[in-house]
Design a protein around this ligand. Sequence first.
Ligand code: HEC
Length: 106
Amino acid sequence: MIRSLAAAALLCLAAASPALAGDAQAGRTKANTCRPCHGADGIATNPGAPHLAAQPHVYLVEQLKNFRSGKRTDPVMTVIARPLTDEDIDDLASWYSSVAIEAKTP
Ligand code: HEC
């Protein structure tokens, strides 16, 4: 019992560890293919593409997995997401969620 509690606590710690939440620098490199639409730092340069900068990691992972599985479809993103591994998705999400943005109201 005590042992399983300790294991559960360790799992929680591991889940909260940034090292296991993807590698932002690896994601930055992998994001080269995303640049033409989503911009170098996730601020989209293509008016048809959404900004990805500072989106929550969990949201980005979910959307990319949804595109990959076909749960969410888009002529471009369905093709882009299909070859991505779980690790790619984790790294890409870590990169875009690590970009800080500032909102300025007019
Ligand atoms: C040719 C343009 C293009 C490229 C390249 C591209 N995307 Fe996209 N992306 C889009 C468009 C357009 C959408 C909006 C799709 C929709 O309307 O559902 C989108 C949506 C997304 C979303 C969902 C965002 C949201 O707000 O829900 C994510 C996440 C995403 N792209 C990640 C990526 C990643 C990561 C790459 C590179 C591996 C990439 N995209 C490459 C055009 C592109």
